[in-house]
Design a protein around this ligand. Structure first.
Ligand SMILES: *[C@@H]1O[C@H](CO)[C@@H](O)[C@H](O)[C@H]1NC(C)=O
Ligand SMILES: *[C@@H]1O[C@H](CO)[C@@H](O)[C@H](O)[C@H]1NC(C)=O
Ligand SMILES: *[C@@H]1O[C@H](CO)[C@@H](O)[C@H](O)[C@H]1NC(C)=O
Ligand SMILES: *[C@@H]1O[C@H](CO)[C@@H](O)[C@H](O)[C@H]1NC(C)=O
Length: 554
């Protein structure tokens, strides 16, 4: 699935004016299955539009034929008025044309072909899935999240290029304008300015004027967003440009006065300072204030965020010294099953110990798990550590479902394999959680274990804390979607059929804070994973407690 295409599907529907306000869900865009339904909706709409055009054309064809007939008759009359009108038949026909004939023409002209087809759309709304305004906003935000995380420049995205790979869809000036408008609605003036500039560039190069967006519209948003970013000089310049195009634009006139007043006040302050014998350093600051580059307030807001994004982009890796200590090996580990089919283990990190097992879920199992999970998908939730309640959160966008061992042999087989891989029991484990990350789906840095202050977490389960995590990758991801550990400089790239395993707790039962990890947003394609979270209870003899918080190594 291509994020640009998805956004444009939403946008097309928005432009046709088909959005209906629904409950705020903002989750349509998280899964591919939902997007498929939207394509079906679009097929209906296109069919309806074509039928409308055909009917409208029939109507125009009829009127055109009449016009030609009348014109012909009229020309004849004009060529010799008295001869024409002295013919009693002609006199009758002219009178008829201007009475009953014109009445029928008028009624055809007045006949509103559109209302029937608009009625069709009302019907569609009852049985087809339509995205809401929130969905459009969500799709735009998802695209901007990808832009920030993967450092993509606006014009490349608009050209349909993601991370150097050319995908087919190109965005129009109006597509970009809408990206800007959505950012504006979210009060995100940084992205408003980026996308409005792009819209302006596209409009200037679009010599065919195929778009409904006007230069004045763009200038208005652009001026306000650069003002909000502190650049009053540019805001004023753009407003003046806007007034050149539309001298009567009332809001622009008001804004012009406002910006000028703002600038004058700044000048007074500056002059005041000079009088007081300032050394001019503040002046420099004020100058910078106006020339402040457009900075993204969201990006790099914390050192962790910076690391997280760099890891998602594969810009940071383990040092060679660390890499050289890692091994690959076959493990049999006293299991009868494994003696026949040993597991392929690849060490990903030593302290804490994180391993990748290769070929631990085969395609048939993967297809089965996806198929069973799909109809049960819900927007993934996180536990509120204060109340212990599950709730949706903007920092975890994905769909998930839970599968029980008893449901099918395959699910039980997977649990058995988890035991073989970890040497732990799955008796106290949670059910298999299946997760689908669509475009922009992600999970920001988090711990899998409950921290001390999270007193309500897992208490209802009565199985202790999450001692370990097994994360199965059930798809390859075309671009993005890594699992990253910001404190370790480690990125794990999804590969279908592999699984990652690590302990969340030290042998002493203390949480291992270095296991903090995140799921990077999916840039292209989609990501399927499943989790098996193992709990402390009943592991006493399998992983004996120790007093020191020893890192587990196997
Ligand atoms: C749409 O409306 C037209 C005119 O009323 C009707 O002929 C047509 O069957 C409708 N199409 C659908 C798919 O409902
Ligand atoms: C503009 O229109 C012409 C003729 O209709 C077409 O050949 C050309 O490709 C169009 N250019 C763009 C940028 O769409
Ligand atoms: C092997 O089995 C032992 C004991 O059953 C367990 O402690 C260890 O973690 C297992 N290791 C692997 C790699 O499965
Ligand atoms: C991770 O990489 C950054 C940048 O290369 C480096 O400054 C930092 O020390 C590394 N951290 C670890 C834990 O290796």
């Amino acid at each position: 699935m291509n994020p640009l295409k998805m956004y444009i599907v939403f946008l097309t529907m928005a432009c046709v004016g088909l959005f209906i306000p629904r409950q705020i869900n903002g989750e349509v865009f998280t899964a591919l299955a939902d997007m498929e339904e939207l394509l079906e909706t679009e097929a209906y709409l296109i069919g309806n539009l074509e039928a409308y055009i055909a009917t409208q054309e029939q109507k125009l064809k009829f009127l055109k034929r009449r016009a030609i007939d009348y014109q012909k008759e009229h020309n004849e009359a004009e060529s010799d008025v008295s001869a024409y009108l002295s013919n009693p038949i002609n006199a009758y026909l002219l009178t008829k044309r201007l009475t009953s004939d014109w009445k029928s023409i008028e009624s055809v002209m007045a006949y509103d072909v559109g209302s029937e087809y608009l009625g069709n759309i009302t019907v569609y709304r009852q049985f087809l899935k339509f995205p809401s305004d929130e969905d459009l906003n969500g799709a735009a935000v998802a695209l901007m999240r990808l832009q920030d995380t993967y450092n993509l420049d606006t014009s490349s995205i608009a050209k349909g290029e993601l991370n150097g790979v050319q995908y087919s869809t190109e965005m129009t000036a109006n597509d970009c304008f809408e990206m800007g408008r959505q950012s504006y609605l979210n009060k995100d003036y940084y992205h408003t300015a980026l996308w409005m500039r792009e819209a302006m560039d596209r409009l200037t190069s679009d010599t065919n004027h195929t778009t409904s967006t006007s230069k004045a519209d763009i200038l208005e948003y652009l001026a306000f967003s650069v003002y909000k970013q502190g650049n009053v000089v540019s805001a004023l310049r753009m407003t003046n440009q806007l007034l050149e195009l539309l001298p009567d634009h009332e809001r622009a006139m008001g804004n012009k006065v406002f910006y000028e007043k703002h600038l004058k006040e700044e000048e007074v302050i500056k002059a005041d300072k000079k009088l007081k014998g300032d050394d001019g350093s503040d002046e420099l600051e004020a100058e910078n204030f106006y020339l402040k580059p457009y900075s993204n307030p969201h990006i790099y807001s914390t050192p962790e965020r910076r690391l997280y994004e760099q890891l998602c982009r594969n810009e940071i890796r383990l040092s060679l010294a660390e890499l050289s200590k890692l091994k690959c090996k076959y493990v049999t580990n006293n299991s009868h099953f494994l003696k026949i089919a040993p597991l392929k283990l690849e060490e990903a990190h030593l302290k804490p110990y994180i391993v990748i097992y290769h070929d631990v879920m085969h395609d048939e199992e993967i297809e089965f798990v996806k198929q069973v999970a799909r109809p049960r998908f819900k927007r993934a939730t996180v536990q509120n550590h204060k109340t212990g309640e599950l709730e949706v959160a903007h920092y975890r966008i994905s769909k998930s479902a839970w599968l029980k061992d008893e449901e099918h042999k395959y699910v039980a087989d997977i649990s058995q394999r988890v035991e073989d891989m970890t040497g732990l029991t799955t008796e106290t484990a949670e059910e298999l959680q299946v997760v689908n990350y669509g475009i922009g789906g992600h999970y920001e840095p988090h711990f899998d274990f409950a921290r001390r202050e999270e007193t309500n977490a897992f208490t209802s389960l009565g199985t202790g804390n999450r001692i370990a995590t097994v994360l199965f990758y059930m798809s390859d991801v075309e671009q993005g979607g890594a699992t990253v550990f910001p404190l370790l400089n480690l990125s794990l790239w999804p590969k279908k059929g592999t699984a990652a395993f690590w302990y969340n707790l030290h042998a002493s039962g203390e949480g291992d804070y270095l296991t903090r990890h995140a799921a990077c947003p999916v840039l292209m394609g989609q990501k399927w994973v499943s989790n098996k979270w193992l709990h402390e209870r009943n592991q006493e003899f399998l992983r004996p407690c120790e007093l020191l918080p020893d890192h587990a190594e196997m």
